[in-house]
Write a protein that binds this ligand. Structure first.
Ligand SMILES: [Zn+2]
Length: 282
């Protein structure tokens, strides 16, 4: 199969910022640097958007769309980790997406990967065609998961009533299952992370994960995140744009073509994907 890569950006307020700024949109220097990296590599961005931002940030999104190839997808309505894929969130996000774009949303990404069986049912009931919320990796802590049994490639979730959707798990580096995300490149540092990429590689369909705050986390004033998490997210903060540039460079060098997630979806949806039955979803 052709190697296809999607740059995904989870559009949400800056993590830990009590004032809920989104500096990637507000700071012209950040915005220009971001756009210049995307365009330099001929990349395309699928923006999983917290849909209540369409009302308050719609103008900023249109500005961004004028700078780079951009498509919208859904990242819940309010980004409440305890309510990540409830019926109300799914319904409201679908409605807000439709109001802003004039079309129905194809895909959903639950906050912090907190998709579950009920959430998948809501997505199937509301005709979502893909979900992009499963981490095929490990995370400790309150919102943790242990998902090494999950595939690192797109798969299908099918329900007995004949409905199905494609799941795009967060791509991890093969074998060692470290997430292909700007935050992880910053955590390990480029020397080690690029060595992992070289040694173990990425699957043929790859989604790169990023958030606005990944680009400048340490520069967020009055940040409420403390302790280890703050230290981890602050590492190599001033190198974030340079790392992002390198990550896109690696994809290009490995022969990936950049596509939107919707394009990847139309490439894989009729393929013979591994199937998981919704009834047995844990
Ligand atoms: Zn998020």
């Amino acid at each position: 199969m052709k190697k296809l890569a999607c740059v995904t950006l989870d559009m949400e307020p800056d993590y830990g910022d009590p004032e809920k700024h989104i500096r990637l949109l507000e700071n012209p220097e950040f915005l220009e640097t971001y756009a210049s990296i995307i365009n330099k590599h001929g990349a395309k961005v699928t923006m999983f958007t917290v849909t209540n931002l369409f009302e308050t940030r719609g103008g900023d999104f249109k500005k961004l769309a004028a700078h780079i190839p951009l498509e919208f997808s859904v990242h819940s309505h309010t980004h409440d980790p305890r309510n990540a894929c409830s019926l109300v969130e799914v319904r409201n996000s679908r409605e807000a997406y439709r109001n802003f774009t004039g079309t129905k949303p194809l895909g959903y990404r639950a906050p912090i990967g907190r998709i579950n069986r009920d959430g998948l049912a809501h997505l199937l009931d509301h005709d979502f065609e893909y979900d992009a919320s499963v981490y095929p990796s490990i995370r400790p802590g309150e919102f943790g998961y242990f998902n090494l049994h999950m595939p690192n490639v797109p798969f299908r979730v099918t329900r007995a009533d004949g409905k199905s959707l494609v799941e795009f798990p967060f791509t991890a580096i093969e074998k060692i299952r470290i997430v292909f995300a700007l935050s992880y490149a910053k955590l390990f540092g480029w020397g080690l992370y690029s060595l992992f990429l070289k040694l173990f590689g990425l699957p043929a369909s790859t989604l790169l994960l990023s958030h606005p705050h990944d680009f400048y986390f340490a520069a967020i004033p009055n940040n409420t995140i403390r302790g280890l998490e703050r230290a981890a997210l602050s590492r190599n903060s001033s190198r974030a744009f340079a790392y992002f540039d390198k990550m896109l460079g690696v994809l290009k060098q490995k022969g990936y073509e950049f596509v939107f997630v919707s394009e990847l979806h139309s490439q894989v949806k009729d393929k013979d994907l591994q199937e998981f039955s919704w009834e047995e979803w844990k």
